[in-house]
Design a protein around this ligand. Structure first.
Ligand code: URA
Length: 215
């Protein structure tokens, strides 16, 4: 491992370290250090064209060490499949990498503490498009308050860590569980995102990046 592959993140102390897009150690949020079983890093290719950004790990993610593996993950997988994509084709990560207690929303300070990790992951992956899954990641990236059900499908330019990215606002996959009318919105947004990023059925005739053979 070269020095280029590692970086002090967050407060820059030795306790907070990244390797490529992964956080190896971080102790910045005492309450989250207490509540987590592990740090849940992003998954998927580190050169993915499409990056999906959630809020924070829940109980399943904390247990398995992977973002979106619970019920919302199944819906996300389904929407990706409809768009001609397999989970392994895209990068999936969260604004905050440690499970908040009682699955509460991450606090502003925790989002701020984890922002350097996200900046670094985005800089490494350099996706063509970021999809913000729900209110917390949408407001975190766009830096303003957002009614996601109204804004879903909007394409916006955002800045993070001094770099520009294109993003699409989406409702959270879990919203489809509580409100059936959100299902179409969510699936259409993911299909539109694939089209903009030029992947899956939104890509070339061969299905772009897709490795759907695994389904
Ligand atoms: N919800 C999120 O926002 N992220 C996850 O990883 C799981 C559920």
């Amino acid at each position: 491992m070269s020095d280029d592959d590692t970086a002090a993140a967050g407060d820059g102390s030795a306790a907070n370290r990244m390797e490529g897009p992964d956080v190896i150690a971080c102790e910045q949020c005492p309450e989250l250090v207490e509540s987590r079983s592990r740090i849940v890093d992003g998954v998927g290719p580190d050169d993915a064209d499409l990056l999906l950004l959630g809020e924070a790990p829940g109980a399943n993610e904390d247990e398995q060490g992977e973002p979106f593996v619970g019920r919302s993950g199944s819906i996300l997988d389904e929407a990706l499949r409809d768009a001609g994509l397999a989970r392994d084709d895209v990068r999936i990560t969260n604004c905050v990498r440690c499970r908040p207690p009682e699955n509460r929303d991450p606090h502003t300070e925790e989002l701020a503490n984890c922002r350097g990790h996200l900046e670094r992951e985005l800089a490494v992956v350099d996706p063509k498009l970021v999809v913000t899954l729900g209110k917390v990641p949408s407001e975190h990236l766009l830096d303003r308050s957002i009614a996601v059900t109204k804004a879903a499908g909007d394409v916006v330019d955002v800045r993070l860590g001094g770099r520009g990215y294109r993003a699409v606002v989406s409702v959270h996959p879990a919203a489809t569980l509580y409100d059936g009318s959100q299902r179409e919105t969510f699936f259409e947004t993911i299909a539109r995102a694939a089209e903009i990023a030029g992947v899956g059925s939104g890509g070339d005739e061969d299905g772009g990046q897709s490795s759907l053979g695994q389904f």
